[in-house]
Ligand binder design. Structure first.
Ligand code: SF4
Length: 319
């Protein structure tokens, strides 16, 4: 098939839009979607100036999503003195997995000339995920521990780096899965929190001042297109499955969505669009409820709703 725009050989066909695109027009369309999302989510505030620049910390794992996001943001803003990008990599302590992707992060940061920081669970919390999986004192899936530690490390370092925004490389498939999981769990308050935490225009979200706001500008791009972009641009992405990956429920939802998308192209887009609209309405309903009982963890001082935060109680049982 030929590219709809120039007649050159197409490298991809998007069934949800009917587009056939050559490499050049496909890459341009990915970049356009990310930039449009940055605009729609109001990520660059009006008071950002060269004298008052914004620090954007990108969670850079070395996988295709975070590498593509960092590359596109760099190309968009590297000549804009209002925005400084910093890559932040979390090393979980997973033998043969994170070391390789860390190399990809270092290569990318060097290529782009951006500041890059690495934080390890071992240095921060005195644990490695390989050992956590062995001990497993709470009888939980590996990702349940890892998610708590990662959220804590990302938030803490985003604060330490004086970040105005913490950006992550969630793609359309990730967001459609999360939306479905939240719907199926029936937890409406969780949907409201999701909106305030990382969806929608910054100006419309109720963001607690204790937390650095988050954003996901890659969330209009399907996973396969992110992978194709990384391949066509020859980006140093590391594509390997984590040996401790244990999100069985998410995997089930993922398979369900693959089937739906195959038979009904555009399903992921409509799930995410509808979810965000609903989440915005629900967030308005819950406005003012959040944060009433926020306090400092007595162990580490981080902001939490408990006396001892979840990360500290996990570390206590691991000890
Ligand atoms: Fe951590 Fe799970 Fe991701 Fe592996 S798959 S890095 S255990 S969250």
């Amino acid at each position: 098939m030929d590219c709809n725009r120039c007649g050159n050989e197409a490298v991809m066909h998007a069934a949800y839009s009917g587009a056939h695109l050559c490499a050049e027009h496909f890459c341009a369309s990915v970049e356009k979607r990310v930039r449009r999302r940055v605009r729609r989510d109001d990520l660059v505030p009006k008071d950002a100036t060269p004298e008052n620049p914004q620090t954007w910390v990108v969670g850079l794992s070395g996988g295709k999503d975070s590498v593509v996001l960092t590359q596109v943001l760099h190309e968009t803003f590297h000549e804009d003195p209002r925005i400084e990008l910093i890559g932040l990599t979390i090393h979980e302590g997973i033998e043969g997995y994170r070391d390789k992707s860390l190399e990809a992060c270092v290569d990318l940061a060097e290529d782009l000339g951006i500041r890059h920081e690495v934080v390890s669970y071992e240095d921060e919390f005195g644990v490695r995920m390989d050992d956590v999986v062995e001990d497993d004192p709470e009888n939980m899936a590996a990702c349940a521990y890892c998610g708590v530690f990662r959220r804590d490390a990302l938030s803490r370092y985003a604060e330490e780096l004086d970040a105005d925004l913490l950006l992550t490389g969630h793609n359309l498939d990730d967001e459609a899965q999360t939306a479905m999981m939240n719907f199926l769990e029936g937890d409406v308050e969780q949907i409201a929190k999701h909106f305030d935490a990382s969806l929608g225009p910054l100006s419309e979200r109720e963001i607690q001042e204790e937390f650095v706001p988050r954003a996901k500008p890659l969330r209009d791009v399907p996973e396969k297109e992110v992978a194709l972009y990384a391949h066509l641009r020859d980006l140093p992405a590391h594509i390997t499955e984590c040996p401790h990956s244990s999100e069985a429920y998410r995997g089930e939802i993922q398979r369900l969505l693959y089937g739906l998308e195959e038979n009904h192209p555009g399903t992921r887009h409509s799930i995410v669009a509808g979810y965000e609209e609903l989440a915005s309405i629900v967030a308005d309903e819950y406005a003012g409820d959040d944060g009433a009982d926020l306090r400092e963890c007595v162990e580490c001082g981080s902001t939490t709703t408990r006396t001892v935060c979840r990360k500290c109680s996990l570390l206590e049982s691991l000890a």
